[in-house]
Design a protein around this ligand. Structure first.
Ligand SMILES: Cc1cc2nc3c(=O)[nH]c(=O)nc-3n(C[C@H](O)[C@H](O)[C@H](O)COP(=O)(O)O)c2cc1C
Length: 191
């Protein structure tokens, strides 16, 4: 493998907001490759704690509507949730090619501390993100507050938790990078 190609993929990976996606669908073979690479993430004790729910086509609209209605009803009950954010979600999902709910699946005996399992799921998401980048697709990890309310909508098991939504889509723009601070300030070398 060529290191400069890898550098380009890593450094050109962007969090592109879904409002800049053009709503075109993603072919199944691309989605399958993205998910297959997620499955190769490192994980401790082979728990493979990542689960994904892929919403495409009309299912995206159904998801947006279900989430919006739920958040409005929680708001009306006095819960501190923002229907505006759910409305934004409903509109955003329509702009994507696919929405993937990112699910943490805790092993039954909770072999590992939760943070290790979240780390493994995050690495699976990075695999998806880099694969999507290499395919010229845009992607975004959204973590709206209301994800804690979605267990029923997403039909999660008690041992599962939604860690957000991964939007994948096609875009006509190169979303700018916020850049990064100097790496040297984040590393201490000990010789
Ligand atoms: C765990 C995680 C959750 C994120 N959630 C959100 C979010 O809810 N809203 C948002 O605007 N960006 C979210 N982001 C994306 C970051 O804003 C984005 O990665 C950051 O601005 C750096 O931009 P870049 O990824 O294009 O370099 C999230 C990123 C991660 C890793």
């Amino acid at each position: 493998m060529n290191i400069s190609e890898l550098n380009i993929i890593i450094q050109n990976r962007r969090a592109t907001p879904a409002q800049f996606f053009n709503g075109k669908e993603i072919p199944d073979d691309m989605l399958n490759q993205i998910l297959e690479n997620a499955n190769w993430a490192p994980n401790h004790k082979q728990t493979e704690p990542w689960r994904f729910i892929v919403f495409r086509g009309d299912a995206k609209e159904d998801l947006g509507n279900m989430v919006f209605n739920l958040v409005v009803s929680e708001y009306e009950k006095g819960n501190k949730v923002d229907p505006g954010k759910a409305d934004k979600f409903r509109k955003n999902v329509q702009k994507t090619g696919a929405v993937i709910a990112i699910i943490l699946n805790r092993s039954e005996d909770e072999l590992l501390p939760e943070w290790e399992e979240i780390a493994a799921v995050s690495m699976a998401v990075q695999n998806m993100w880099l694969t999507a980048t290499s395919m010229g697709l845009a992607a975004f990890w959204a973590t709206p507050k209301f994800i804690n309310l979605l267990d029923k909508v997403l039909e999660l098991e008690p041992s599962q938790k939604c860690l957000g939504f991964f939007y994948i889509g096609k875009t006509n723009m190169d979303y700018p990078s916020p850049g990064r601070g100097d790496m040297n300030e984040k590393v201490r070398w000990v010789d």
